[in-house]
Design a protein around this ligand. Structure first.
Ligand code: GTP
Ligand code: MG
Length: 349
């Protein structure tokens, strides 16, 4: 069903105040071709690109003007908004479901747009399976967008998913199987997933830098990165490189947060675990990436295996209590565990 998009509006770069043809040329050379792509930049990085000497002030002014246009077009909220305006904006966010009602209820209805949701857990805990299941269920909820621009109505391509794969974990046949089991159209779903294999931390950073272009080109509503940390973790292994690794992870997460907000997309990242001893003689697991990743994501979900089932714990959320959900992995993707119990004393917890 087509609808008029309230978010992705067509605004031309020429309408940005203070923009000159010389600056426009420089921005195009930097591959910045839309108001959105300018609005997601950071002044310090852009300042180097548009001027021979670092001109953060000019960059900040241009980015500010681009954001102002998006605010005027009701894509972004005003610098100071009343809380009731924010509530209206929140009520308009989309949620992408997995199809497991336990898991979707646990997420307050699904993976949210304008947020980064992190799924952490040990190997085999179900991170990639959640991503595959989400690929099938989310597409169904993505409507076609109609939009208006100066020359009339424009029809965007149907909503899609960008899957950035750093562990070679994506399997098209698994998506096909899940879709078929759910009586969805596998061919349509596979055509709307844009997969990108990434082999090094530098490549991942470049792909994330270039994401705005692809989000617009493919009309992506959901970006999945499986996983955000594996390449940086493998390449920056010594203590001496930790600070640089954390700084680079922080930059990526910062960009993803801006993209989620400005493009109204859901960003889902997976994370690995590290084990630590608390002095009691037992080893525990926690999400890798330290405070940078913990602060960078909006929601943090931790997965644990329990026999054939998996238990997801909401470890951090701005709007939900600490809670858990039990699910299992089956031919049709993740689904509710048969013996779901809410009793906290249930030994499965
Ligand atoms: P790492 O990427 O290694 O860190 O693990 P992960 O958390 O991504 O694990 P993943 O989501 O790949 O889960 C792997 C588990 O899913 C396997 O151990 C299987 O138990 C289960 N699984 C994978 N495919 C299928 C399937 O087609 N059917 C069923 N029933 N289970 C599956
Ligand atoms: Mg995986």
């Amino acid at each position: 069903m087509a609808r008029i998009s309230s978010r992705l509006k067509e605004v031309t770069m020429e309408k940005i105040p203070d923009i000159t043809s010389d600056i426009l040329d420089k921005l195009r050379k930097l591959n910045i071709n839309s108001v959105y792509q300018l609005a997601v930049q950071s002044p310090s990085e852009l300042g180097l690109g548009i001027s021979d000497v670092l001109d953060v002030e000019l960059a900040a002014k241009l980015i500010g003007n681009a954001r102002k246009i998006l605010t005027e077009n009701e894509v972004l909220s005003r610098e100071f908004s009343t809380a009731d305006d924010l509530l209206v904006r929140r009520n308009n966010i989309s949620r992408y479901k997995t199809g497991s009602s336990n898991f979707d209820t646990f997420l307050n209805g699904g993976f949210e747009t304008q947020s980064i949701t992190e799924i952490a857990g040990e190997f085999g805990s179900g991170k990639s399976q959640i991503c595959h299941t989400l690929c099938t269920a989310a597409i169904e909820l993505m409507e076609d967008d109609l939009d208006t621009c100066d020359s009339g109505l424009i029809h965007r391509p149907p909503g899609s998913i960008i899957f950035i794969d750093t562990e070679n974990s994506f399997r098209a046949n698994r998506v096909h199987q899940i879709a078929e089991q759910k009586n969805l159209d596998p061919e349509d779903i596979l055509k709307r997933i844009f997969h990108c294999n990434v082999y090094s931390s530098e490549q991942l950073e470049v792909v994330i830098d270039d994401l705005p272009k692809f989000i617009e080109q493919y009309n992506a509503k959901l970006v999945i990165i499986d996983s955000i940390i594996s390449l940086h973790r493998a390449e920056f292994s010594g203590r001496g490189t930790l600070a640089e690794r954390q700084q680079r992870l922080g930059k990526m997460l910062n960009k993803l947060r801006r993209y989620a907000d400005i493009y109204d997309i859901a960003v889902v990242i997976t994370n690995q675990v590290v084990s630590y001893a608390d002095g009691s003689g037992f080893d525990y697991m926690k999400a890798a990436g330290g405070n940078i990743v913990a602060h960078g994501s909006t929601y943090r979900i931790f997965l644990r295996r329990y026999g054939k089932n998996r238990v997801a714990t909401m470890e951090d959320s701005p709007s939900q209590p600490y809670q858990r959900a039990k699910f299992t992995i089956a031919e049709n993707g993740i689904r509710d565990a048969n013996s779901y119990k809410t009793d906290e004393s249930d030994s499965a917890w």
